[in-house]
Design a protein around this ligand. Structure first.
Ligand code: ZN
Length: 146
């Protein structure tokens, strides 16, 4: 088992665990972007968000919601940036889904999620929207877009 997160989940590698559920483990990032930087991972090895089974996705985000306030309170933070690097091109270095919860304070020098993008767009919104709806295929009815 080479995946470092699978090994943390299995208890083979020590980690500063802050929460465990039957489906999810949350622990401190060993290279924190700020004090209190938590990673929330599904116990199952799943490379990308789109590979998560619905129940696993529910449990993962449920734990993110459950931890958001305690992380903020424990660090006296004014907010948290919550994000997922999804795919190698995004900077995801460990191919096991993980949600970052990073405490934030006004004036901490970090930007918003928007600040990571150079805003290079070239396609009109209606064209992009139609392409995504087509790709979502049979889910269009679920989205109320048919
Ligand atoms: Zn893994």
């Amino acid at each position: 088992m080479a995946c470092i997160f699978c090994r943390i989940v299995a208890g083979e590698i020590p980690a500063e665990v802050v929460a465990r559920t039957p489906e999810v483990v949350a622990f401190l990032d060993v290279q924190p972007l700020a004090d209190g930087h938590v990673l929330v991972v599904p116990r199952a090895h799943v490379p990308a968000v789109e590979d998560l089974e619905p129940d696993a996705a529910d449990e993962l985000f449920r734990e993110v919601v459950r931890l958001a306030r305690p992380v903020r309170d424990a660090l006296a933070a004014e907010g948290t940036t919550i994000g997922v690097n999804n795919g190698e091109a995004t900077g995801q270095t460990i191919p096991h889904v993980h949600v970052h919860i990073v405490p934030r304070w006004s004036g901490d020098g970090a930007g918003s999620v928007h600040s990571i993008f150079p805003r290079k767009t070239s396609r009109p919104l209606d064209e992009v929207g139609a392409a995504i709806r087509r790709a979502a295929g049979d889910r269009q009815g679920d989205l109320g877009l048919t």
